[in-house]
Write a protein of this length. Sequence first.
Length: 534
Amino acid sequence: MHDDTVSRNPGFLTTNPQLGHIQRLIEAEKYDHAAQSLVEYLRKSPKDPRALAKLGFVAMRLGALEQARQFLQQAIAGGMSDFETRRNLASVLSQQDRPEQAIPMFEQLTREREEPGLKAVLAGLLEKVGRSDDSRDLYRQLTRDNPANPALWVAFGHCQRSAGNVEEAINAYRQAIAADDGYGDAWWALASIKRKVLDEDDIKTMRAALAIAIDPRNIAPLNFALARAFHDQGNFESAFQHYDTGNRQRAESLNYNADELSEEINEVERVIDETFFDGEHQSMPGEDVPIFLVSLPRSGSTLLEQMLGSHPSIEPVGELPYIPAILRTFMEMATRRGKITVPRALLPMSQQQADEFGREYMRRARFHRKTDCSLFVDKLPHNWNNILFIRRILPNAKFVDIRRPAMDCCFSNFTQSFTSAHPASFALEDVGRSYVDYVRLMTYLDSIAPGMVHHVDYTQLVENTREEAGKVIEYLNLPWNDKVLEFHQLDRVVRTPSSEQVRRPLNRDGMEVWRPYSQWLDPLREVLGELAKA
């Protein structure tokens, strides 16, 4: 992609030859060279807003989002308030998961220009922060004005589905398919609804689309959708073939290395011991307490979140992206002088810095709060690998780990059409290794900080609900409330693949889902070892 600031805004052009040369480097996507030239230029003219705006754009393209944000804000403060500079800053804020700052900027940008892309980003941000009605209204307008855009119909469908409007979601997905019957995400969205909605005509259409598909962004979800359709028919061999093909296709676009996660856990075991928790300051009385519900994906975390959120003293706020975002900012600063691992970077973290990060998380989480409950649940599953960072910046935080049996958990990940956010799911061996590493970290944390993490057995939660849920409530120092068992009766937005399941009473549908596929799962069993028997 090129910086189109010049083409969209001729006023941005400068007669300065050095900046003109830098602009050509940017247009040629030579961002490293452009960055070096801009740094040299700014040493002589440190307040030039044109150069700051360009450096902010280059930093954004290079993935240095915190630096990009700072440079773009300085440029705007210096008078560079053109549309493209503000668009770039809004984009950075969105990528940094700062919706409280990004939303007002996108609202202003959409008032200035009628661009569907800007409105679509705004609609997604509104959905993220719980303004679901506003998001649905904006998607409804977008699909009305752009009926041939299947991506907008799918996004609108997801918004409806999160709110429990399943029929409206199905209609939106069907509209996407009507616009483009080869649009893979629409087919997967239909297939993933927890009831059989695909018929023989759909299967024929998907097969025909797959036969001529050339875009990998359609090929993978089409395979997953066909797999789910064949699963519903009991044709497990064909289903597995399509699951495997879809995952292999996804894996080709990434360079995932399972050794990296294993080495992260090794590093924790080498570097962190009981002394890590020495000298922790105590939280002030009356402070709100975040509950981090952690797990591998597809482990029942949405179910447990809805149960806990039914307690009158606990507010569920969904999967907040702020811990990973703050950790990225911390590591961006920590690695400026050279490569360093997260555990080693945590050791010298000052109390002042830890407090600042903790306050930033609480401030950003507050944007999602709707009640004055003293406890709230953040259920981003991948935070299981961020527990030590969280403990350092939020020493009063609670941690609840829900663990689903290994074979069910890993196979469910393998059959879910994930994107790059969960690359371990693309191969049975890799998802098995991620489960082993997850269990290894939980075991190690129990050894150096007993009781810090409360563990929930998914099977026990389903079969002995009152007892297992009661242990969690006790860990949170709360009195029992029967509403915890009435979670499925609440009308609440749920933004996960389990959104339909948690609106039904507890059942055993998620147990031993792997068994019909047992003959193809030896690679998974081999990696899991004894865990496969649990």
